[in-house]
Design a protein around this ligand. Structure first.
Ligand code: FRU
Length: 309
């Protein structure tokens, strides 16, 4: 039983430019630094889970393009299993041009996905679920029917288990401005971003969880991070729990902060911590991430114990 946590969703190439200030339109300027980075929410979440000491795996499509060797090497560097990633021929790798403003750490993302097909339910079903998977985290992407099929597949597998056999926990994140999707009704944990909630006209994190908890299955929880206003989580029939943010001394780079919050919260929940302690841990690790460039130095700036003080 390898107890791995699997992340299903996007892997793309982030081309990051770190700028002195946010650029003016139609200007020509030098930037402080530029680097390639393996990005995409599921791919970033896999990275943070691995850094937090989990057996982490990425499941999704990747293009057979010239960026592939960089992406594969980078997965390897973080010890992320990509045995279940599907390499697609005759398409381009999705790419994000990411502008990081050194003044305030803001990240502006210009994303393009020309023609990489999304993972299909049939492809997902090729892989056995009885290999000791502890948790599967899905990115709520536009291929709704396919993701619903994947969640139903996991549900059917869980129902086939004996009482003493550990079931696979599921979570889904909804980050973008998207209509409510049936995907949101399936997981054990639903992560809602501020952007997704605001798209639904919700004005605070409290309103967000009240709205989404009415849509999910009875035993499930909704978790929502609301930038400077911290995070909140609720399960049907229980009062909401909250956490404040843990800002770093200086905000350096916020790219992937949401993915870090999700990863750290999942990490704590998967170890049996309470919802409150888990979102608090999520806020701590996400705060620490904002104070460093990328993810690599996370272990230098934060204790990985879920310390509830
Ligand atoms: C950060 C991120 C980037 C990627 C973009 C895709 O959350 O995953 O790595 O370029 O979002 O929307």
């Amino acid at each position: 039983m390898d107890q791995s946590i699997i992340n299903v969703g996007l892997c793309c190439l982030d081309i990051i430019s770190i700028c002195n200030t946010y650029p003016l339109e139609d200007s020509d300027q030098r930037v402080i630094d530029q680097r390639w980075h393996r990005g995409g929410n599921a791919s970033n979440t896999s990275t943070v889970l691995s850094l937090l000491g989990h057996k982490s795996a990425f499941v999704g499509t990747v293009a057979r393009s010239h960026e592939l060797s960089f992406l594969e090497k980078d997965f390897k560097k973080y010890d992320i299993n990509i045995d279940r990633a599907i390499v697609k021929a005759d398409c381009s790798a999705p790419t994000s041009i990411c502008i990081i403003n050194q003044q305030n750490g803001s990240r502006t993302i210009l994303h393009h996905n020309k023609d990489l097909p999304e993972l299909s339910c049939e492809e997902f079903k090729q892989f056995p679920l009885d290999s000791g998977i502890k948790w599967i985290h899905f990115e709520g992407r536009p291929n709704t029917d396919q993701i619903v099929g994947m969640l139903q597949h996991v549900e059917t597998y869980n129902k086939s288990l004996g009482v003493n056999q550990p079931r696979i926990v599921t979570s889904v994140e909804f980050e973008k401005k998207r209509e409510f999707s049936p995907i949101e009704t399936f997981p054990d944990y639903l992560f809602i971003s501020k952007e997704h909630a605001q798209f639904h006209g919700l004005k605070s994190k409290e309103q967000a969880v009240e709205f989404f908890v009415s849509k999910i299955k009875p035993s499930a929880s909704v978790i929502c991070a609301w930038s400077e206003d911290g995070a909140i989580a609720i399960t049907k029939d229980s009062s909401p729990v909250t956490s404040a943010i843990f800002p770093p001394p200086k905000v350096i780079d916020t790219l992937g902060a949401g993915d870090t919050f999700n990863a750290a919260t999942i990490s704590a929940l998967s170890k049996g911590h309470s919802l409150k302690d888990s979102i608090t841990y999520g806020c701590k690790i996400a705060g620490a991430k904002c104070g460093i460039e990328g993810f690599d130095k996370l272990s230098d700036v934060v204790s990985f114990n879920v310390d509830t003080s």
